[in-house]
Every structure is written in C-alpha cells, then in structure tokens.
Design a protein around this ligand. Structure first.
Ligand SMILES: *Cc1c(COP(=O)(O)O)cnc(C)c1O
Length: 487
C-alpha cells in the first residue's frame, strides 16, 4: 500500500462512507489535477466525471483562477468580516447581486449578500433569517417550513431538519425540528404518471394531471385552514441533487412558486448544486434575447430564473469559487435586511457568523470564476458540451439495465433498474451503483453513485474526447456490473 494511503487508513474518517468497506481496499490518493484530469499518488490518471462532488466548474489548476489566488495571496489570505470590510468580498457581493437580478425576471430584488462557508451554512443562514423575519413582521409567531420529499440541504442541524432523506436523517430525529414535506415531481417513479415506460426521458412522455402541483396547493391550504400557515417553502430548483438527480418537468417550479407567493410564504432557493450555469445555458430563445437585455447571452446563471422565478433567499456554495475553496453566500431582499435594522440597544442584529466569513482568498477566486462564466465564448462552449452530453447518452437507452436517463444542463443521472419494462429497482443492498462506479474507476473515470443512480457532471472545461470517454466508460461499467443480475 502507498504510504499516503496507509496514513489515510490509519487516521482519516471519511464523509458518507462505511469505513469498514473503506479499510478493505487501498484508496485512490489524489495528488494533482489539471483541467478535467486527476492524478493519483501512483501516477495513474482519472477523468473527474462528477466535478469533485459537484463543485468544480472550470477544471483544476485553471490559469485564470490560479492567478487570481496568487494575486490575492500576495496581499492577504484572510481577515475577519466581524468589524472589518475587505476588497474581494465587497466586489464579489456586488457581482453576485448583479448576476442574481437579471432584467427579464420579475420579483423581489436580491440586494444583500451574507457570506458563510459551505452549502449547509448557506441554508442555516436563510433558515434563521426567514424564521426571524417572519416573526418580526408579525406574519407568524411560530414560523413553519415546507420542503420537498427527498430534499437535501446539508448536514448541519437546521439544514438536516429542512431535508427529507430518511437514511441520512433517521438517527438524528431527536435533535431536529419538524418541517413539512410535500411530494416532489419524480416523473419516472411518479404514482400519478400513467404512461408506460419508454426508452426516453420520463418527463417528456408522462401522462398526468400535475398532481404534484395540486399537492403543494393542498399542503398550503390545509396548513392555513388548521391555523398553521406555512411561512417559507424551500426548493432545489430544476433538479434535486442528492435525492438522486431528480429533474422537475418544465413549468413545475413556476407553478409551485406562484402557489407559495399566493399563500404569502417566503421562497428559499437552494442553488448550492444548480447555481453558476450547471443547469444549462438557457433555451435558444433566452440565448437570442439575453434575457431581455438585448445582449447575446443567456438569461441567468441560476436555475430558478430559467422558470422566471425570483426567490426571497438564494443559497449558493459548491461552484461559487469554481470548486477551489469552501465559501458560500445567502442573498436576500431589502425587506429581510431592513427587519434587522435598529438601534444598537434594541438588539435586532443578526447574531450569526463564522470565523472565515467573507474569506479573501475564496472571494478572489470566486470573482475570477464569475468572470469566466460570463464570457460569451465560455458560454458557447458549455452549450456545445451540453449538446454533446445529450447525444452521447442517447445510445445508453439500448442497455437493458438503464431505466431512466435524465439530463439538465451539465448534470446527468442514469437510473439503473433490474427490469426497465416494469421499472423494477435493484435492491439497494446489492450496491449496483457502487459496483458500476468501481468498474468505471478501474477504467480511469471517477464518479460517485446515489443508490442506483450514476451521476455524470463534467467540469465545463471537459474536451469532447474526454466527455466521450466518460460516457463510453459509463456504458462499460454498467455492462460489467449488471451482467446476469436479478433484482
Ligand atoms: C451539497 C448540497 C448542500 C450542502 O452543501 P455542503 O457544502 O456540502 O454543506 C446543500 N444543498 C444542496 C442542494 C446540495 O447539493
């Protein structure tokens, strides 16, 4: 075993990992990366097919991001945001506000930025602000939250309370506060979808009456009738990530946002995964009109804007720094900000913050990442990559173990099944997803499954040949791991 692997085995406890399994095999120890390629301690190369757990945007060691970091290192790495402002965080806040208010999207203006460290803390901030705002403006003394079945918002206690993934949450139920859950659209496995399985995306050939939207309306109305009105609705827009890459059919987000608004609830958009162009560069129409600005650029970097929805809270993390450093931001409206204004002695202050809030290295690299994201040539490149991914995934429908292929922008989930004609899932205990990933890793492509769903999420810098290789290896991995499998 490599000495670094030995050290890891001896001392490191890994996240979301059964350590008994981990300790059975020599781990891959990453020592370098460039673009979409990672290199391990033994000199083997891998394609980073899930963008280092959904964080990396422009590839590893991008010259522009590296230069921005070095420039900032030449000045200062970090100073406190408690009592002090700093240069890159000020610029970044202004740039985020500009990006979060595209002209074509109506609704509340996202005017203020609260920085924190990761997706979980971005959600904690939104949660606490929404809670206290609701109380202060007299809407409710006991604010209640509604979120989606299968939703994942992070691993701190508030974020866990908002989430609804039983396997992660069951053990800690005693520590959590109660939140409502409502059905999320999952067309492939929806009990209301009367369409028989076909060899294409379930969203496109579904037969239903939008029962999922009706349930959201019912949830809000019943809560109100029972005197327990819902104060805030939390959603992952366009696609739920950790739930298994579950995309929403077009129009769902717009409809449920209208319902929430009609019931006077705040809308919290968790764009920790979907932000910064992950869900695509927009429709051809948006591309032409530049979201109404008359410039040849897509409407927005954020998923909720694709459905014309502007939330009261926009939570950002993962891709914010291009995948370089942990940093997060929660954007909100002047109304929320103003509710925390007062004389010092009134103690209306938002008593919340982290040691590394507004970190200067993180902010500097985030600014460089935003600049890359907004360059038209970069956007055209992303658009071509999206189209190539769509084309490359299409032949996978021929594999009998593939039940559903769902792509939103540069996110793809491939759901594996024992019998596609009946949508029979593989028993999760058999670890089919794990085995596919292991077979892919042996062929030099790294990704992490969610149960029976294999995730492909290439960095935006991925070359066409690299993308083809990722999909080809995925197909081989599926064939190897599912050969002769029963449920
Ligand atoms: C990853 C993720 C989070 C949590 O972010 P961390 O940085 O891991 O704390 C929250 N929400 C969504 C949608 C995510 O994908």
């Amino acid at each position: 075993m490599h000495p670094l692997a030995k050290l890891d085995h001896q001392f490191v406890w890994h996240p979301f990992t059964q350590m008994r399994d981990w300790l059975r095999a020599e781990p891959i120890v990453i020592v370098e990366g460039r673009g979409a390629v990672l290199r391990d301690a033994r000199g083997r190369e891998y394609l980073d097919a899930n963008s280092s757990i959904w964080t990396n945007l422009h590839g590893h060691r991008h010259p522009r991001l590296d230069a921005a970091l070095r420039r900032q290192l030449g000045r200062i790495a970090h100073s406190s945001a408690l009592g002090l402002a700093n240069e890159p965080a000020s610029h970044l806040a202004a740039r985020l506000v500009a990006a979060a208010n595209p002209p074509a999207v109506a609704g509340p203006r996202l005017a203020k930025v609260f920085f924190s460290d990761d997706g979980s803390t971005a959600l904690e901030v939104a949660l606490k602000l929404a809670y206290e705002f609701t109380r202060r403006c007299g809407r409710s003394a006991r604010p209640r939250f509604l979120s989606l079945a299968g939703g994942y918002h992070g691993d701190t206690m508030g974020a866990v309370s908002l989430g609804h993934i039983d396997r992660f949450h069951a053990a800690y139920r005693g520590l959590l506060f109660k939140t409502g859950a409502v059905m999320a659209p999952y067309c492939y496995r929806c009990p209301h979808n009367r369409a028989a399985p076909e060899r294409r995306d379930a969203r496109e050939h579904r037969r239903c009456q939008w029962e999922c939207v009706a349930q959201v309306e019912r949830k809000f109305s019943r809560a109100r009738a029972a005197g327990r009105a819902i104060s805030a609705f939390v959603v992952e827009p366009l696609i739920q990530g950790a739930a298994g890459m579950i995309p929403q059919p077009a129009g769902w987000l717009r409809q449920v946002a209208e319902i929430a608004r009609a019931h006077n609830a705040l809308l919290i958009a968790d764009e920790v995964l979907t932000g910064f162009g992950r869900t695509g560069t927009g429709t051809a129409e948006e591309w032409e009109t530049g979201g109404g600005a008359g410039k040849a650029r897509p409407a927005s970097l954020f998923a909720c804007h694709r459905e014309g929805v502007q939330p009261d809270f926009l939570c950002l993390a993962k891709g914010l720094t291009g995948g370089y450093l942990p940093m997060a931001a929660t954007l909100t409206t002047p109304a929320v900000f103003d509710a925390f204004l007062g004389e010092y002695g009134e103690f209306k202050t938002f008593f919340h913050g982290h040691s590394y809030t507004g970190n200067q290295l993180g902010a500097a690299v985030a600014l460089a990442s935003l600049e890359l994201l907004e360059a038209p040539a970069q956007q055209r490149r992303r658009r071509r990559l999206e189209e190539l991914l769509r084309a490359e995934l299409r032949p996978l429908w021929q594999l009998p173990a593939v039940g559903d292929i769902r792509q939103v922008g540069l996110i793809a989930g491939i759901e594996l099944v024992a019998d596609w004609q009946r949508r029979t899932p593989f028993d999760l205990r058999r670890g089919v997803g794990q085995r596919v990933s292991a077979a892919m890793a042996r062929r030099g492509v790294l990704t992490r499954p969610i149960g029976n769903v294999i995730v492909l999420m290439p960095p935006y810098c991925t070359a066409p040949a690299q993308l083809r290789r990722m999909v080809a290896v995925l197909a081989e991995g599926i064939e190897e791991a599912t050969a002769g499998q029963n449920p």
